[in-house]
Write a protein that binds this ligand. Sequence first.
Ligand code: ADP
Length: 392
Amino acid sequence: MKILSVNSGSSSLKFKMYEMPEEKEIISGVFERIGENNSFYTIKLNGEKIEKKVELDNHEDAVKYLIEELIENKVIKSLEEIKGVGHRVVHGADKYASSVIITNDVIRDLEKFSDLAPLHNPANILGIKAFKKMIPNAVEVAVFDTAFHQTMKEENYLYAVPYEWYTNYGVRKYGFHGISHHYLTKRMMEILRKKDAKIITCHLGNGGSITAVCGGKCVDTSMGFTPNAGIIMGTRTGDIDGSIIPYMVEKTGKSLSEIINILNKNSGLLGISGVSNDSRDIEDGIANGNKRCALAQKMFVQSIVDYIARYYVKLNGVDAICFAGGIGEKSIKTRKEIIEKLAVLGIKLDEQANNVRGKEALITTSDSGIPCYVIPTNEELMIARDAFSFVK
Ligand code: ADP
């Protein structure tokens, strides 16, 4: 059975098609610059890459070309073969604690939650509507980035602001990257073979978050009301004192939205280093003696260590820690620095085992107090699995 996994942005649409239940990846691709000039798409099929320049006025155009490619390349004979389409949806607020079949009521909810995720939910809805129209017989499923975190208790998701801010305006910690943390949790539980396992999952990409998990359920997570909270990220601040915002509005004469934009897009590794948001450039900068790159890396690593330490205590001990996302999977240096700072917990790095990129591996010694793993995440597969669960 063919299942599509879809991630729609405001001007892009990524997809992967799987044969289920084998979980075999058949074809993948991305449509870019939708609604802009010079739009194009790239498709990967049988180890080959196809790139085409086409006019993509909207997400429906992207789906139209996708269907054409699927049929031309004999991936499908007819649309009937696509039984399910799973959509990544960033915000399900506190209404959706798991994936759901997308009805008109669900779309209305997602529109309502756009206040909470103005950059993401409207784009996700565009993708959903395009697929609903172009592949009407498939079951459309929403898979939420927030859902996995819905098991957090009140004391962990509330901010110490007037309680009415929560009840009247929804001000609380929602957490994000839940699809990845859920995948990592499942994989770690398979490895540990322990139902009540206590795990810290570290998703370190351009955006990053850390989650404390017990018995397969999220206890706490580092991102908050928005994805700007928690650890330091490529361009985002992570946790800061909110009073900085009005202070900088006053001092610089910039508008509130300009300051918020700086906190999201010009801060983090980029803001401190003044060089780049990409940890590869930061590592190169350090190798070339750039002091601000060294400072950015130090702060980045410490912010991760601080969350791991906090969750170690909160979980009352930990069975395993895992690293994923571009940096977690590929930065040998960052993993080494994090793990060395955790020596007080009895964790011991296996330098040779840590010399790995993008592959599942145990990277601590056999006598390490807590085993640490690299687990390449697979959000697309997680989305396809959830969509499949509704159609099989
Ligand atoms: P996103 O959060 O955008 O999905 P990814 O999870 O793909 O991002 O992570 C992207 C980041 O991974 C890059 O910005 C870069 O910092 C980091 N990265 C990728 N490859 C390497 C590498 N070989 N060494 C160190 N860092 C890497």
